[in-house]
Each structure stands twice: as structure tokens, then as C-alpha cells.
Design a protein around this ligand. Structure first.
Ligand code: UTP
Length: 235
């Protein structure tokens, strides 16, 4: 049986400020996927909504009060980004599932038939981190990699605390204490890892890896099971 990887790709990775960075990143991601597919690996890519999700939610936040409806807008943003990556990979002839699945089960079945499946969100109430962790558990992946726009998990939010320290190896319990397990995120809100994803990983006994997805070398290292620059989170 081939090795299956699941990677949550933060939506912000698709939209760096500089268009040149964006083009380079897409090219490197294509190379990485071609390489993995060539080695017989199967990869589930779960893409975040980034700018389209945030903009859509912001547009109607004062008008629409039902949180589920805002979440549906966020999910549409994630599916847009997933379609972008799906087409980018199809364009160089990768064996990518022709549909963007709506459920974990659909994704699991598609991963039996294709080397690569790209998906976004599924149902209201969580973020794509949770989708990725659920998919990783469903396909018995070794771990779930969360590729985001920060290099590590920190002791506290580095955007607001100068004394935040980068962590290289922690437990799910420790990550849960940092992100606040038990407190669901507001639609469109963000923490380094969605607290619900941490809870699901705890239930599944699944290790996580957090790394800077802007540096695809780090993702490559983590996928190969090598030492990588980032944070390992042990179940
Ligand atoms: P994201 O997964 O993009 O959240 O979902 P994020 O943490 O902001 O990730 P980045 O920044 O893209 O990496 C965006 C929003 O879409 C809804 C939620 O409202 C979430 O905040 N959503 C997403 C769901 O309700 N269910 C899903 O399965 C996925």
C-alpha cells in the first residue's frame, strides 16, 4: 500500500504580497507534487480560504447574524482556493481527482483512485485544519502537516508578544493549552492551529507538524520523514 500524506495548506500561502513570490511558490509546489506522485505517494491537500474567505465574511458580517451562514461563505472561499490549486496541478498533468470533494469520505475514496486530491472546507463550525486532521485520521496518515505562514508554534501569539518563544517539540495537550481547546473560533478568525483540530487529533491519537509553507523545502523534509524546521506535536 502506498504512503498517504495529508497537508493543510493555509489560504494565505496562495496570496503573498508579491506576485513574483506567488508564481515561484506555485512552481515549487508543482515540482514537489510531481516528485511525490513519481514516488507513488498519495497526497490529500486541504486548502484554506485566505483572502477570498475573509473578504466574503467581512462583506456581510454586519448584515448576516447566523454564524453558520458566515461559515458557508468561508467554505466557498476554501473551495475557490482548492479549485485554483487543483487546476494548477492538472495543468502539468498530475493525477489529480477531477472533483473537489465535499466530505471526508468522498476525499478518502478519491484518494484510492488518484495520487492527489485537493479539497477545501466541508461543514460549518471549524476550519480546514480540522478537515485535514479528520482526513489524516480517515486514511491512516502518519501525521497531519499544517503548512501555514508562521515558522513554528510559539509560546504565545508572536504578533502581539515580543517575548514569544518558538517551540520545536510539544504535545497535543500543550498545543491545546496554547490555542485554547474548548473555545471555538469565530467565522474567519484564526489561530496557529484550529482548537477543534487539536481536539480531533487528540481523539484520533494523531501527531501534527506545523511549519512555514512559504518555504516548501520544509514541507518536503517533513513529507520525507526527515528532521524539518518547524514544530512537531506528539499525540
Ligand atoms: P479556513 O480554513 O481558511 O480558516 O476557513 P483559517 O484558519 O482562516 O485558515 P487560512 O488563514 O486560510 O489558513 C475560513 C473560514 O471558513 C469557514 C470558517 O468560518 C472559517 O473561519 N469554514 C472553513 C467552515 O465553516 N468549515 C470548514 O470546513 C472550513
Amino acid at each position: 500500500m502506498s504512503i498517504i500524506h495529508v497537508v493543510a495548506l493555509g489560504g494565505s500561502l496562495l496570496r503573498p504580497e508579491e506576485a513574483a513570490d506567488r508564481t515561484m511558490w506555485m512552481g515549487q509546489l508543482r515540482q514537489l507534487m510531481v516528485h511525490l506522485e513519481g514516488n507513488g505517494r498519495r497526497i490529500g491537500l486541504v486548502v484554506g480560504g485566505g483572502l477570498p474567505a475573509r473578504e466574503g465574511i467581512l462583506l456581510v458580517k454586519e448584515t448576516v447574524s447566523d454564524r453558520k451562514k458566515l461559515d458557508e461563505i468561508g467554505i466557498a472561499g476554501t473551495r475557490l482556493n482548492a479549485t485554483v490549486l487543483q487546476q494548477v496541478l492538472l495543468d502539468i498533468g498530475c493525477d489529480v481527482a477531477p472533483t473537489v470533494p465535499h466530505t471526508i469520505e468522498e476525499a478518502r475514496v478519491l484518494l484510492e483512485r488518484h495520487h492527489i486530491v485537493v479539497m477545501g472546507g466541508t461543514v460549518p463550525g471549524h476550519t480546514t485544519d480540522t478537515v485535514a486532521v479528520k482526513l489524516a485520521a480517515a486514511v491512516h496518515a502518519r501525521h497531519c502537516i499544517i503548512a501555514t505562514n508562521v515558522p513554528h508554534v510559539y509560546t504565545k501569539d508572536p504578533r502581539h508578544h515580543d517575548d514569544a518563544e518558538a517551540l520545536t517539540e510539544i504535545t497535543l495537550e500543550e498545543l491545546g493549552a496554547i490555542v485554547g481547546v474548548g473555545t471555538p473560533l469565530e467565522p474567519g478568525a484564526s489561530t496557529v492551529v484550529d482548537p477543534i483540530a487539536v481536539e480531533v487529533a487528540m481523539e484520533a491519537g494523531l501527531d501534527l507538524a506545523v511549519l512555514d509553507g512559504r518555504e516548501l523545502r520544509r514541507l518536503d523534509d517533513a513529507l520525507e520523514g526527515n528532521l524539518f524546521d518547524g514544530t512537531i506535536i506528539k499525540a
